[in-house]
Ligand binder design. Structure first.
Ligand code: MOS
Length: 697
């Protein structure tokens, strides 16, 4: 149990502190870091999906005026560590996937660099590649663990027996597509190597974690932490793509070290990001549900097939929500991977829960239909007393309250009958649950100092657009008992104390815990009347992590779909979500996280689909013209609400992460609404008109 802070600034609508800088265009992003006469990089990418480079002719590029350098595996420095094969670029002639980095041109201008990159001639000994994911491959394997260290498979009771003996069952296969994170700001670096002494590197990098990026750079290049500073005050979105370093960072540092004293700038183009930044693996989910006639589950199971790259394992934890969402005496989850000649999959908003709340939440709707039962009631009926997997009590769980309040606000009771028609449009509504773990890391430290009559909090946290600049002062203010206007945050720099990633929706919980500890230490040492320069540190590691409870945020999402009877066009005019995510620290910013997640979920439901061309081994629609992300015209009304939740087990703020839960369950709610409108059950995302049209009346 933690004593929760008395909320004064917490819970208030403080305006985003970085808002004005961003609106005025004066916030400095990584590519815009100040540098005298910088040089510009243009990456070279492999144009085969598997093979060996037999020759690279860089002479025409090097002869171009303004070209400073062309690096390839033939002349790039040898890295100190090649253990992470995604990052070990320009070390050998081997090509592991199409789009992999094989070189870089550095020039006085970005135009010259790009032109010169086009002049480099690469010859390959191409080998056959294998990029096609399917559930009936005979080489699927069971990874040792799935991401976040979870067990790969779990089982309890006898699912097969329950499926055979229960009066109502659902057994279906669901598929989610390949999704690309596509933050607005591309992956970008400004890197400056100062060769004096033992050398030092200054790196302005678009990142969700300056400290972990620094430690990776140190490992890969064999540098000491004192030699490297990573700076990142502002991030134009990441959605996980900037949660861990990708090869573009290594390329920028290779270029900088080859040009000592001159800052080099590297920003991936949108097309390059499709093979180099991050993407979510497609998933194939076989789901089984069995129930009694009163709707009580007797079995729930999910068997997941997904892909990883041959050079680096990434095992999305898609089955994990099925382990804890609903009560059922028999349960099974499994994960199998296909290792392919594809770009390396990585983190994307709500890894695990986002795809994993699609299949099962649609299957529940199918079960409700089979039972003739309201899908809200079906979920309520299967509410577990304790975490089914671990037997631990919930730190707090208010899914039922979310479902009830959502139903009330949405007008669920008056939902139109199945197949309801208004003019040329079929109208239906659907529901699904949301979930995301409430995590906190331990390795974060904050310094609190009194300076010129103000309290300054320093911590190497990252604000990827989510609000850390604003909420950390709110938390410090309540821990100190002062007005938030008297607190200034300094974040996004390894010059400040070590902080963990803005990821896993754990940032505010972790950094906030460190800030509270620092404030308490400060008050203990200096009382309420500190002097200039007084300072104290606090660490999240000093706050014991509760391991007695299962800690999650929950939610319920409701969607209205309209499907055109002639064209099959699907519109979603209305989304409504109610969340139970602990104490909401800043309602204005929290609302934007929830509706942002829901909008991304809508985008996943209707539009997003990386179409992988297996002939050449690359995402064919690798630009925002063809990979459609929901735009304003696609998004109708999106409302987010939350229920008050008092959770003394999570952290001193009583807060749970809110950055990711909004995308979980949304796509299922939309699919369920489309089914109610049309009678067509789409089980493979996205819900495009070609899938709906053949089944329309
Ligand atoms: Mo987020 S995908 O946990 O960086």
């Amino acid at each position: 149990m933690t004593e929760l802070l008395q909320p004064r600034a917490i819970g208030q609508d403080h305006v985003r502190r970085d808002g004005e800088l961003k609106v005025r265009g004066t916030a400095t992003y990584a590519f815009e870091a100040p540098a005298e006469t910088p040089a510009f990089c243009s990456p070279l990418q492999a144009t085969v999906a598997r093979g060996t480079i037999t020759a690279i002719d860089t002479s025409a590029a090097e002869a171009l005026e303004g070209v400073l350098l062309v690096l390839t595996h033939q002349n790039a420095e040898r890295l100190a560590s090649t253990e992470d094969a995604e990052l070990a670029i320009l070390q050998a002639p081997d090509v592991a996937f199409r789009g992999q980095l094989i070189g870089v041109v550095v020039a006085d201008t970005s135009e010259t660099a790009r032109h010169a990159a086009d002049l480099v001639r690469v010859t390959y000994a191409q080998q056959p590649h294998d990029t096609e994911l399917s559930a009936d491959r005979d080489d699927l394997y069971k990874p040792e663990k799935i991401n976040a260290g979870y067990e790969t498979d779990t089982a309890e009771g006898d699912v097969a027996a329950a499926m055979a003996s229960s009066p109502v069952t659902v057994e279906q296969t669901y598929e989610t597509a390949m999704y690309h994170n596509n933050p607005l700001e591309p992956h970008a670096s400004t890197a400056l190597w100062n060769a004096a002494g033992t050398g030092s590197l200054t790196l302005w990098e678009s990142s969700q974690s300056v400290h972990s990026f620094r430690s990776t750079v140190c490992t890969v290049f064999g540098l000491d932490e004192e030699q490297v500073q990573v700076i990142c005050p502002f991030v134009g979105g990441g959605f996980g793509a900037k949660g861990t370093p990708h090869a573009n960072l290594v390329l920028a540092v290779l270029a900088a070290r080859a040009l000592p004293g001159r800052a080099v700038k590297l920003a991936l183009t949108r097309q390059q990001m499709f093979s180099l930044s991050a993407y979510r693996t497609p998933t194939i989910q076989q789901v089984q549900l069995a129930a009694d006639t009163d709707g009580r589950l007797t079995a729930i199971a999910i068997d997941v097939v997904e892909q990883t790259s041959k050079i680096k394992e990434f095992a999305e934890q898609t089955g994990t929500p099925t382990r804890m969402m609903y009560a059922s005496p028999s349960r099974r989850t499994t994960h199998r991977l296909a290792a392919l000649d594809v770009p390396v999959p990585s983190w994307m908003r709500a890894p695990g829960e986002c795809p994993g709340m699609f299949g099962p939440e649609v299957a529940l709707d199918e079960l409700a239909d089979a039972l003739g039962m309201d899908p809200v009631e079906l979920r309520v009926r299967n509410e577990p007393e304790v975490d089914p997997e671990t037997g631990k009590p919930w730190s707090s769980r208010h899914l039922v309250e979310c479902l009830r309040e959502g139903a009330e606000r949405f007008g669920w009771a008056d939902r139109p009958p199945a197949g309801h028609r208004e003019g040329d449009w079929l109208v239906g509504t659907g529901v699904a649950s949301s979930v995301y773990p409430a995590m906190r890391q331990r390795k974060s430290t904050a310094t609190l100092r009194f300076e010129d009559g103000r309290y300054v909090v320093e911590i190497g946290a990252a604000d990827l657009g989510t609000g850390a600049w604003t909420v950390l002062p709110q938390i410090a203010a309540d821990a100190l008992g002062v007005d938030a206007a008297r607190v200034e945050a300094r974040i996004g720099d390894t010059a400040y104390p070590m902080a963990t990633v803005a990821g896993g929706s754990s940032g505010t919980a972790t950094w906030g815990s460190a800030v509270v500890e620092a404030a308490r230490a400060f008050r203990g040492k200096f009382g309420n009347d500190p002097g200039d320069g007084d300072e104290a540190d606090g660490s999240a590691a000093d706050v014991p992590v509760d391991s007695e409870h299962a800690k999650y945020a929950f939610g319920a999402q409701f969607a209205e779909a309209r499907v055109n009877v002639d064209t099959g066009e699907v519109r979603v005019p209305r989304l409504l979500g109610v969340f139970a995510a602990g104490r909401i620290i800043n309602p204005r910013l929290a609302r934007s996280q929830f509706i942002g997640g829901m909008t991304m979920g809508l985008s996943m439901a209707l539009h997003e689909n990386g179409v992988f061309d297996n002939r050449i081994g690359q995402t064919a629609n690798h630009d925002l013209g063809e990979y459609h992300v929901a735009a304003h015209a696609d998004v109708g009304s999106v409302e987010a609400y939350w229920v008050d939740e008092h959770d003394p087990h999570v952290n001193a703020m009583g807060s749970k992460g809110i950055g990711e839960i909004g995308i979980t369950g949304t796509a299922a709610a939309v699919v369920n609404a489309v089914h109610r409108a049309t009678g067509v059950r789409v089980r493979d995302l996205p819900v495009t008109l070609d899938k709906v049209l053949p089944g329309l009346p």
